[in-house]
Design a binder for this molecule. Structure first.
Ligand code: HEC
Length: 144
């Protein structure tokens, strides 16, 4: 098996995992916020793959991914506002007891995405640290 095939299988397993998690979701509010996070994940991957040279640099696709990240991060507060639960949900209840901090962490992603310069793979790479940092900051505090 060559490296390309292995990489493809690894990404299929990743995508499959996400799809399985969502299949089990019953609560529509939880599903909507998971879908929003999946959108954030997919667009982050588009930028990360270009930054890392895994996919060819494409200015229009990079700009679209950046715009999608900004829009999705601006939608986090609305999608999480109602404290819905589901057996497969990974959102910690602390979100709703530290709401202002949670919203500030979403705004940090908006700021990081807005700051990304999509003019080349190298400039995207320079902005990926701040984007990844904003995911980690929020997930480590508010995701199980
Ligand atoms: C403001 C907080 C916050 C930020 C910022 C954030 N996330 Fe999340 N993310 C969450 C929470 C909370 C969950 C768990 C949601 C649930 O299961 O109800 C989650 C879940 C996810 C999931 C799983 C979705 C699913 O289908 O179960 C992915 C993928 C994800 N985030 C990717 C990202 C990426 C990539 C970034 C950064 C670019 C990011 N997130 C930034 C809070 C955040």
């Amino acid at each position: 098996m060559n490296i390309l095939t292995k990489g493809l299988i690894a990404s299929l397993v990743l995508v499959g995992g996400v799809a399985l998690a969502k299949e089990g979701v019953q609560d529509p509010t939880v599903k909507a916020r998971m879908d929003l996070m999946s959108t954030i994940g997919m667009n982050t991957r588009v930028l990360g793959d270009m930054a890392g040279g895994k996919t060819e640099f494409d200015a229009a696709a990079a700009e679209a991914a950046k715009a999608a990240l900004i829009a999705a991060s601006n939608d986090v507060a609305a999608k999480f506002e109602v404290q819905a639960t589901d057996p497969v949900a990974e959102a910690k209840p602390e979100i709703w007891t530290n709401w202002d901090d949670f919203v500030a962490k979403a705004a940090a992603l908006t700021a990081a995405a807005s700051a990304v310069d999509t003019s080349s793979a190298a400039t995207i790479q320079a902005g990926m640290g701040a984007i990844g940092g904003s995911c980690r900051d929020c997930h480590s505090a508010y995701r199980m």
